[in-house]
Design a protein around this ligand. Structure first.
Ligand code: GRF
Length: 212
């Protein structure tokens, strides 16, 4: 048992609804003994960043380009900056919630088994940036979301939680995304509780809860 609250950092790039769901569920006591210590974005105009500020959460952004260097940062340079910021916040868990950057192997290794990502399909089906479009084009009858540990490959690490939804013939990308999003907000909380319990092991690709 930790004798302080578990420290969660949420990384976002956009509207931040998963970040809000995590914050709401902490406030509602559904993620006990935890706090969001930082919401960080790679975009200073991410709507989620403003929402986080309004609810009194610490926020930060790191741009992909450096005006000092007058160029885009390499992935490694970006992640070094990220590490520097995160070090001050001592995160127990980093939740990627619509964070549209791939993390370097060095970063992933530094926080091994402490980074979660959410992906809006049932991995390993439909990885990549436009999962809902791919699900509809393929004609899949079921979709959902996956919360997984982040490893060195994209949309790949051990699966912690999956939740499913039906795909309807009449679905558009928006109707499917909306249905999946409801499950995302539940799944992230489930996964965070599992990981923060510390009562798990990762065996090969398999995330498994230990018997108490
Ligand atoms: C979610 O659908 C998530 O699965 C995907 O990006 C979206 C982020 O939504 N990776 P939000 O910013 O949490 O509202």
């Amino acid at each position: 048992m930790m004798n302080r609250k578990a420290r969660i950092v949420v990384l976002i790039s956009g509207r931040g609804s998963n970040m809000v769901a995590i914050a709401d569920n902490i406030d509602a006591g559904l993620i006990p003994d935890a706090e969001i210590v930082l919401v960080l974005s790679n975009k200073d105009d991410a709507p989620g960043l403003q929402i986080a500020r309004e609810r009194g959460l610490h926020t930060w952004f790191i741009r992909a380009s450096s005006s000092f260097l007058e160029r885009k940062l390499t992935r490694e340079e970006y992640d070094e900056q990220l590490k520097g910021v995160l070090a001050d916040y001592e995160p127990d868990l980093i939740c990627l919630a619509g964070f549209m950057r791939i993390l370097s192997p060095g970063f992933v290794q530094e926080y091994q088994n402490r980074i979660l990502n959410i992906h809006p399909s049932l991995l390993p089906a439909f990885p990549g940036e436009d999962a809902h479009t791919d699900v509809l084009a393929y004609g899949a009858k079921v979709s959902g979301c996956t919360i997984h540990m982040v490893d060195e490959q994209v949309d790949h690490g051990p699966i912690v939680v999956q939740r499913t939804v039906p795909v309807h013939e009449s679905d558009t990308k928006k109707t499917l995304a909306d249905r999946v999003l409801v499950e995302e907000h539940i799944a992230y909380t489930e996964a965070i509780n599992m990981v923060l319990s510390g009562n798990f092991e990762v065996v090969g690709r398999r995330f498994q809860l230990k018997e108490l």
